[in-house]
Design a protein around this ligand. Structure first.
Ligand SMILES: Cc1cc2nc3c(=O)[nH]c(=O)nc-3n(C[C@H](O)[C@H](O)[C@H](O)COP(=O)(O)OP(=O)(O)OC[C@H]3O[C@@H](n4cnc5c(N)ncnc54)[C@H](O)[C@@H]3O)c2cc1C
Length: 324
């Protein structure tokens, strides 16, 4: 597979980066580690004429913690650095654990947090070569009018990022920079439910940093994923859980799933189901059942959908049991 031609920009500051993104003529796209984007380009799934590399932008490499604001991580920090960074491991170890579950060491050495969050959706009928694509009618994600998986009116390609569910369960916010104005929004709001266009309003925007708010840093949190090969694979179902307790009773409980829909699926148990109750086997079973009901994987990845669905309950119950 050969990469198509493109112009390569290497701005040294975020201002220069945004200027290039705004002024470039030939479908500019941000290049971080390239472990998602370059593979898609080689398959002919995307054809940006200009790539704007983040590799020279030190501003995106910072990790800091402020007692009021929380833990802030630059979008350009690699997953390998997240795994070993002392501040991340001290303040929010679940991020290091989840990063360690992504792909392989080689990929983690180049892959960034920003690229992980903003990786594209995937489907067994889409992540194929251009030749394969010519042999079948184009699906929604290839610009056509059908889905090969289900008779639906939209694309059902799956979001399989490992870090987003963890960060969404922790109520993380993201800072987006653009020519018009800089904004800070909930990470969850970035995701659309359309697998063909998985992100809301990202055009011309640079993801600068991710912040885990200070109150979330005192929660208990964990992430587990189900995959075919332990050594490398994307999640076929992934579960992140964040729990806050007060005097032995649940104050806030959030579960976020990946690998089962076109976006991360957040479930908040801040009503009668969980709040004010002790974390016991009855509650764990009830939460596991609600997670199972919310997960609706389709046969568009490897692995049986029924197995992937069952794993969402099993992993949720495993994590909650470990919190008892
Ligand atoms: C063999 C293999 C196994 C993999 N396994 C996993 C896995 O288990 N779990 C998992 O989650 N992922 C997996 N991946 C996918 C991918 O490698 C990771 O998600 C990685 O973190 C992507 O980061 P990157 O920096 O390489 O992103 P890139 O490929 O550079 O970018 C991905 C997308 O994000 C955009 N982008 C990147 N940074 C920014 C920014 N700061 N602002 C705005 N837009 C931005 C790019 O324009 C692009 O559209 C795997 C990939 C491979 C090749």
């Amino acid at each position: 597979m050969i990469l198509p031609h493109f112009t390569h920009h290497t701005p040294g500051t975020v201002q220069d980066c945004i200027k290039i993104l705004t002024e470039a003529e030939y479908k500019p796209q941000i290049l971080a580690g390239g472990s998602d984007l370059l593979v898609r380009m080689k398959l002919g799934l995307t054809t940006p004429g200009e790539l704007v590399s983040l590799s020279n932008m030190d501003e995106l490499q910072e990790i800091s913690c402020d007692p009021k604001r929380g833990l802030t991580i630059g979008a350009g920090v690699t997953l390998a650095r997240l795994v070993s960074d002392p501040l991340v491991n001290e303040k929010c170890p679940v991020i290091a654990r989840a990063a360690d579950l992504v792909a392989t060491k080689q990929v983690r050495n180049i892959a960034t947090l920003g690229g992980n969050i903003l990786q594209n959706t995937r489907c067994r009928y889409y992540n194929r070569s251009a030749e394969w694509g010519k042999a079948v009618a184009p699906c929604y994600k290839r610009g056509g009018e059908l889905c090969h998986v289900i008779a639906g009116k939209r694309c059902f390609a799956v979001y399989q990022g490992d870090l987003a569910p963890v960060l969404i369960a922790l109520q993380a916010t993201v800072r987006l920079l653009s020519k018009e104005k800089d904004i800070e929004v909930d990470l969850e709001s970035l995701y659309s439910k359309d697998g063909a266009a998985p992100f809301n309003d990202l055009k011309g925007r640079l993801l600068e940093q991710i912040t885990i708010p200070a109150p979330s840093l005192t929660c208990r949190s964990d992430y587990k994923k189900y995959r075919l090969r332990e050594g490398i694979d994307f999640p076929l179902a992934g579960v992140a859980v964040t729990l806050k307790e007060k005097h032995g009773f649940v104050e806030d409980l959030r579960v976020c799933l990946t690998g089962v829909a076109s976006r991360p699926v957040l479930l908040t148990f801040n009503g009668e189901t969980a709040v004010g109750k002790p974390l016991n086997q009855n509650l764990i079973k009830e939460v596991g059942q609600m997670v199972y009901a919310a997960a609706r994987p389709l046969p568009n990845l490897e692995g049986e959908p029924s197995r992937r669905r069952a794993m969402t309950r099993i992993l949720t119950e495993d994590i909650l049991t470990s919190f008892m």
